[in-house]
Design a protein around this ligand. Structure first.
Ligand code: SF4
Length: 476
């Protein structure tokens, strides 16, 4: 069954100076599972050697045995949850963290984001004799570090990153240091936490809660922190000149609602998106129904601002697993009913506002709307708590081609007929900015990356058709 949502990118986690490094890493990755479910990996170090475990599948299934934790020896570790946005999914070598032996010693690296000049870098590095073992953009960074003529590892990393473009939040592990770095625009998140004497880096603050760590601060755009036995050292190797362009869609959908980003509670910002939708409402609404679970916070804000009842008009079956096998064509066509069912008693004869956080292709929402109609709703009004997706993301989010997006195949006026509903409304771009605490989108210098809604890319995507050799490995 396909889920009609942009796919989360990836998660990174790192911990330094604790006897429970591997266990904390497992728990942190578990809390960050929503950012990638395809594969996970952990690399730990005891200050001399490195220990690695990589696996396809979810953290809870693959890192749940004491023997796995026992194998990951040491007081520092980094981990990664993967949803592939770059490179072949089937390639075991594409599971991060990557690890290499350099002139300066061992180095493990985990990356969230997407490098927009990766192919150009790869071509140049291959010409120089670098042997790539993966099809990921991330590997180019390891090679750039390896071939750099910088004197120290810090110099080599800075030299390497000064050659890459695009979005990256990375955690790196050496025998004696944990390093975290964000790209100069700060497109993807990275936060610093502390637990007693240990330091933690993570994609989101929800990873701190699970191990009882305290949030310290966001790693700033363009900042590199080096954590050693002497504490945390911060540097700004790329200067401070560029304004931040954090991904605004992290607030809409990617981040967990209980996380804080840039001091803002994600759940609260999603409720405010719903409130902004309500301020623009022109129809009579009897009942507000979320698309589970993505539409719930915005629905609550919308219902409270309108003074309308909020009801669970669609019930989600939480037990549809990844391995569910649709046994016959007759069953397969039921599609969305495997996962959702209409709750007739709250829908019959009502004017229903059906709220979700985003539409990509619109396939699932069309089926959900039809289900609500069949349950006897008098009117259906689709309300979406972000602007229309009109462009592909090039910064680490897996989205369809622009030509497959509902907002490019249908005008707003055509959508009610397409979905067989009375009306469709999206949140405006200025209202989205207000919901995240700004006064509006200040063109030509918006405070966030919003390219998927505006088509204005803060870093121009690479235009190349150079093929990358894909390796498809048969895994158990
Ligand atoms: S294009 Fe959209 S999803 Fe991608 S980084 Fe920018 S705001 Fe986020």
């Amino acid at each position: 069954m396909t889920i009609d949502k942009p796919r989360e990118e990836c998660a990174v986690f790192g911990v330094f100076n604790t006897q429970d490094a591997a266990a904390h890493c497992v728990l942190g990755l578990h809390a960050l599972q929503h950012r990638g479910q395809e594969a996970s990996g952990i690399v730990s170090t005891d200050g001399k050697d490195f220990f690695q475990r990589l696996a396809f599948g979810r953290v809870g299934d693959q890192f749940n045995k004491g023997s796995v934790i026992d194998h990951l020896v040491g007081t520092a570790a980094i981990g990664h949850n993967r949803y592939s946005t770059s490179g072949s999914k089937q390639n075991y070598a594409n599971i991060q963290p990557l690890i290499a032996e350099l002139e300066t010693g061992g180095l493990a690296l985990a990356h969230n984001g997407n490098l927009t000049n990766a192919r150009e870098l790869r071509t140049k590095l291959v010409r120089r004799g670098c042997l790539f073992r993966t099809s990921m953009d991330t590997e180019a960074v390891i090679h750039l570090i390896a071939v750099s003529e910088g004197e120290t590892l810090h110099d080599k990393i800075v030299d390497a990153l000064s050659r890459v473009e695009g979005a990256y939040s990375m955690v790196l592990l050496t025998e004696d240091a944990l390093i975290g770095v964000r790209d100069p625009l700060g497109v993807r998140p990275l936060v610093l936490g502390q637990l007693e004497g240990s330091w933690i880096l993570a994609s989101e603050t929800c990873a701190f809660d699970i191990i009882g760590a305290e949030f310290v601060r966001d790693i700033e755009p363009g900042e590199m922190v080096t954590i050693t036995a002497d504490g945390v050292q911060s540097s700004r190797p790329f200067g401070n000149s560029q304004p931040s362009r954090f991904c605004i869609f992290e607030y809409v959908y990617f981040s967990r609602p209980d996380s804080f980003i840039q001091g803002r509670h994600v759940y609260d910002t999603r409720k405010r998106m719903g409130e902004e939708l309500a301020y623009a409402e022109t129809h009579d609404i009897d009942v507000v129904v979320p698309v589970p679970d993505s539409g719930v916070p915005a629905s609550l804000g919308y219902a409270q601002a309108l003074g309308c009842p909020f009801e669970l008009g669609i019930i989600r079956n939480h037990y549809v697993g990844r391995t569910f096998i649709e046994p016959t064509d007759e069953i397969r066509h039921l599609g969305v009913k495997l996962k959702h069912n209409a709750n007739r008693t709250v829908l019959k004869g009502k004017k229903v506002a059906l709220v979700d956080d985003s539409i990509v292709r619109g396939t699932t929402l069309r089926k959900v709307a039809s289900m609500i109609r069949d349950a006897g709703a008098k009117e259906i009004h689709i309300r979406i708590s972000c602007p229309q997706w009109i462009a592909t993301c090039h910064y680490g989010v897996d989205t369809p081609k622009s030509s497959e997006l509902i907002a490019t195949t249908h005008t707003l006026e055509q959508m009610p007929e397409h979905f067989n509903v009375e009306s469709v409304q999206y949140l405006g771009i200025d209202a989205l900015y207000r919901a995240v605490g700004e006064t509006g989108r200040s063109a030509p210098s918006p405070q966030y990356c919003d390219a998927c809604f505006t088509g204005e890319y803060p870093v121009q995507p690479e235009e190349t058709d150079d093929p990358i050799v894909q390796v498809h490995t048969l895994s158990a």
